[in-house]
Design a protein around this ligand. Structure first.
Ligand code: ZN
Ligand code: MN
Length: 506
């Protein structure tokens, strides 16, 4: 008998809270830092009868930015639909959403997946209002409602069923989160519920073209939960297939974080259960008729910034960053903006010095890899951890100071031990760099007369090493330089010391 080989098909639905000043259909503030419940509310977002929604164009602008960045197609005529259902967090009995004509159709996200670059196609991105938040007591004795979240603008992003594994689903979600933050359309914090995910999964025998009934796992609230829940479902559904009991209808399951398993929930409403119909209280949106000052599609498209995936490739190509460093940098737009600005300044500096001959481009070409390496290393591995201890981050670094500091290291004017001390003094204690450098305890010793005796002494006391050097192991000179640095508290000019050794030992 032929062994049953199965493949996994995953599609995701993501709800992303949009950053705006006010809610989607009323003027209540959309402040995410709020802790007190039910203070940003009004008759509209409470769903009281007789009120009329007014559409917030800022939310529309943000969904268009994402759609354009992901190369989706904009439906130039669109409208809202009512999705009818009742739940305590939706007391008006319907959610204003989009059904037949979402603002964005298609589009894709490119990811660096386990088997190379993959384009994950999107089915649609639509706009809808968030519901209130239900909070259940731990003993199940009561539930309470917070309407601060009701009416917050929400994007629903639906992928095609084209993801092949839990790890791929996680990579996609991480990429999407980074993109949303880059475009500044959402804080996309999963812990705060600003980025929520439902995952659809089904299996099928390898070679099959059709899709089989899917299982939807609801409300996954961390990347880990997405991965774990999908892994669990693959095992559960594989077993069902092997026993010839594969799912015959679509179903909905929840994820139990403690038990690490999924469990059945209500069977999912069919589309017809929602009785969608166009929202009668809001006019349809025709982009051809929208005023330019409201939404200027051409301008929005022109202003789309470089996406993180493209930027990462460029950074690696331009500066030779390791992929580890590039990933750390790209995760945080503030940080990567900072290092790129610093490198622009460092380029200006290096081409203005006349150490090397050549055109600006040639000078930069010969130095940029080394400069980038030093800059990334000192920023990521030394400065940021130091600032973190103080509750600070890259926003607190003065670009000029940082560039000055990197120049000192690049020119080998200070040893790395000394550099670490100086780093702390200028960035944590906010001392003045030139004052520190003038102090006798720091000032670099760069006169031959002051160093030659120490060099000779080190040679005398390290005959073994000197012999190795003479036998051709020239790298041991680093050890000898280290000895001089120790004796001078790191103040000797390492470049000069090396030259002295080379002269003395030749
Ligand atoms: Zn309101
Ligand atoms: Mn939705």
């Amino acid at each position: 008998m032929k062994k049953l080989e199965l493949e996994t098909i995953i599609g995701l639905e993501i709800h992303l809270e949009i950053k705006t000043k006010s809610k989607l259909f009323c003027s209540c503030s959309n402040n995410t830092k709020l802790t007190e419940p039910n203070v940003q509310i009004c008759p509209i977002c409470l769903g009281q009868p007789g009120v009329l929604p007014v559409f917030n164009k800022e939310a529309l602008k943000n969904i268009l930015i994402l759609g354009l960045a992901l190369k989706g197609k904009i439906n130039l005529i669109s409208w809202f639909d009512r999705k009818n259902y009742f739940y305590p967090d939706l007391p008006k009995g319907y959610q204003i959403s989009q059904y037949s004509l979402p603002f964005i159709k298609g589009g894709c996200v490119e990811i660096d997946s386990v088997d190379g670059v993959r384009k994950i196609s999107l089915e649609r991105i639509h706009l809808e209002e968030d519901t209130a938040k239900l909070i259940h007591s731990s003993d199940d004795q009561w539930s309470s409602l917070d309407f601060n979240r009701a009416g917050v603008p929400l994007m629903e992003i639906v992928t095609e069923p084209c993801l092949k594994s839990p790890i791929e689903a996680k990579i996609f979600l991480q990429e999407l989160r980074t993109i949303a933050r880059y475009l500044n359309i959402s804080e996309a914090d999963m812990e705060k519920g600003q980025f929520r995910c439902d995952a659809n999964i089904s299996l099928r025998p390898k070679g099959e073209k059709k899709y089989f009934p899917k299982t939807e796992i609801k409300n996954l609230n961390s990347f880990k939960a997405v991965g774990d829940a999908l892994e669990y479902e693959i095992i559960r559904q594989t077993k069902l297939w092997q026993e010839k009991k594969q799912p015959k209808i679509s179903s909905t399951r929840g994820w139990d974080e403690k038990k690490k398993n999924t469990y059945p929930q209500r069977s999912k409403e069919d589309v017809q259960d929602y009785r969608y119909f166009p929202e009668p209280d809001l006019p349809s949106i025709d982009f051809n008729e929208l005023k330019k000052e409201d939404i200027d599609l051409e301008l929005l498209e022109k202003n789309i910034i470089e996406l993180p995936g493209t930027r990462k490739k460029r950074l690696i190509q331009m500066y030779n960053f390791s992929s580890v460093d590039a990933n750390i940098l790209i995760e945080n737009k503030g940080l990567v903006d900072f290092i790129e600005e610093a490198l622009v300044k460092l380029r200006e500096w290096i081409v203005s010095t006349d150490i090397i001959d050549g055109t600006e481009e040639e000078i930069w070409e010969t130095s940029k890899h080394q400069i980038s390496k030093v800059t990334a290393n000192w920023l990521i591995n030394r400065l940021l951890p130091l600032l973190k201890k103080d509750g600070k981050n890259e926003k607190d670094i003065s670009l000029e100071k940082f560039v000055e500091f990197i120049v000192l290291i690049y020119e080998k004017k200070i040893s790395s031990t000394l550099a670490q001390t100086i780093l702390e003094r200028i960035f944590v204690k906010d001392e003045n760099l030139s004052q520190i450098m003038d102090h006798p305890s720091v000032k670099q010793i760069d006169s031959e007369d002051n160093l030659i005796d120490i060099v000779r002494e080190v040679i005398k006391n390290n005959q073994d090493t000197v012999d190795k050097y003479k036998q051709g192991k020239h790298q041991v000179v680093q050890y000898l330089i280290g000895q001089v640095m120790k004796k001078t508290n790191g103040q000797a000019n390492p470049k000069l010391v090396q030259e002295l050794f080379e002269k003395e030992l030749s």
